[in-house]
Design a protein around this ligand. Structure first.
Ligand code: ATP
Length: 376
């Protein structure tokens, strides 16, 4: 069993100022045996610090880290049964690919035959057989990254830790390595913890994703769980591209239902009559401020919808249109408030064109403007 458990984990850095800086704020997280867990969040959210504490490269300020039911707070990195793959590969330039991969095992005094077998096996898995005699400078970025992964594989660790391993690769190679690491996970059946700031990487690779912000965990869930049922505005805005649109306004009674009135710096903007589900959710917010959230793909050009709901149709003006191939992102304006729609590319949109768009209310969300939590 190689589950990894973080309990009340805190990291404080003490700089020149009197007050220590808390980079990780008492987080709790259980990474299951053989799970691929992605830690994702914007720069500075504490994801690398958390990973480095698991690796033992960073002292913890408080809390407990267990790997496979053993508390490792005071266990040296080399004795934690983990292997880490870094962003900069950290290969030795003067050594061949073989020696780079074998290095750790040699240090641990493994027999030569065992080292050769393990390196050959890893080279097989990673397609590096023909490159074992080369030095790193004779490899492409993607191949170097594979050597770095190979060096982790040969140790047969219980847990693999990846710190933004693909960020130095070009876009095409990143997509390819993404798939390779996912396949590797299926093949090795090991626990993997993967840090990235890229939400697409997180969504495509993670069994589950832990979204972090300012040293806190904002939500842990499977990719589609995060996408469809975000717990707060941060997760709703961070996962998904282009991000979810947030409209600030207030709710008012409209017969048995509620209507949302967008508020544009004190000027009432568009009005949308909410469906039963949203009216029920928003009941206790009647007369109060609220945030209405809709993903760009849940906004359609009303002309392209066979039966647009008139209660959820609003007028907008096209500011920018970005054809992406099969779909187009249109940046729209409703009286001073910009928002984005993601629509099929079967129609060309002109700048300043007036458009009627409708919201798919079944997929819309309501948020409390103060706590920024979803209303559920
Ligand atoms: P990035 O994607 O930019 O690497 P991150 O989410 O991995 O960001 P961390 O590297 O974990 O963030 O850093 C979290 C916070 O702790 C940041 O505000 C950072 O400036 C701070 N920090 C990290 N290392 C140190 C250090 N050695 N001393 C002081 N502060 C630090």
């Amino acid at each position: 069993m190689a589950k990894v458990v973080l309990e009340d984990l805190i990291k404080e850095y003490r700089g020149d100022s009197k007050e220590p800086f808390r980079a990780v704020k008492k987080i709790n997280l259980e990474i299951r045996d053989r799970e691929f867990m992605v830690l994702v969040g914007p720069s500075g959210c504490g994801k690398s610090t958390s990973l480095r504490m698991i690796a033992g490269l960073e002292e913890i300020t408080d809390g407990t880290i267990s790997i496979g039911d053993r508390v490792v707070n005071n266990v040296l990195p080399k004795d934690r049964d983990i292997a880490m793959v870094f962003q900069n590969y950290a290969l030795y330039p003067h050594m061949t690919v073989f020696d780079n991969m074998a290095f750790g095992l040699k240090l641990m005094k493994y027999p030569k035959a065992e080292i050769k077998k393990r390196v050959d096996d890893a080279a097989d898995i990673l397609g590096l057989q023909t490159m074992l005699d080369r030095k790193p400078k004779a490899l492409s970025g993607g191949q170097r990254q594979r050597v770095a992964v190979g060096r982790a594989i040969v140790r047969k660790p219980k847990v693999f830790l990846f710190d933004e391993p693909l960020s130095n690769l070009d876009a095409k190679m990143r997509v390819q390595m993404r798939t390779e690491i996912s396949k590797l996970h299926a093949r090795l059946n090991a626990t993997m913890i993967y840090v990235t700031h890229d939400q697409v990487e997180a969504m495509t690779m993670g069994d589950r994703i832990c979204v972090m912000k300012d040293g806190n965990i904002m939500q842990v869930d499977e990719p589609l769980g995060l996408y469809n049922t975000p717990k707060n505005m941060f997760v709703a805005g961070f996962i998904g591209s282009p991000p979810m649109n947030f409209f600030h306004g207030r709710l008012e009674a409209d017969g048995n239902a509620l209507k949302f009135i967008e508020d544009n710096d004190g000027k009432p903007g568009f009005t949308v009559k909410l469906d039963d589900r949203l009216s029920r959710l928003g009941q206790s917010y009647a007369g109060k401020e609220i945030v209405f959230g809709v993903r760009p793909e849940d906004i359609a050009d009303a002309l392209s919808v066979s039966n647009p709901n008139p209660d959820s149709t609003i007028s907008a003006k096209v500011e920018v249109s970005e054809p992406m191939g099969s779909e187009t992102y249109i940046y729209l304006d409703t009286g001073g408030h910009s928002f984005t729609a993601r629509v099929h590319s079967d129609h060309k949109f002109d700048i300043d064109e007036s458009l009627k768009v409708c919201f798919d209310l079944e997929k819309a969300h309501l948020f409390d403007p103060k706590t920024e939590n979803v209303i559920s």
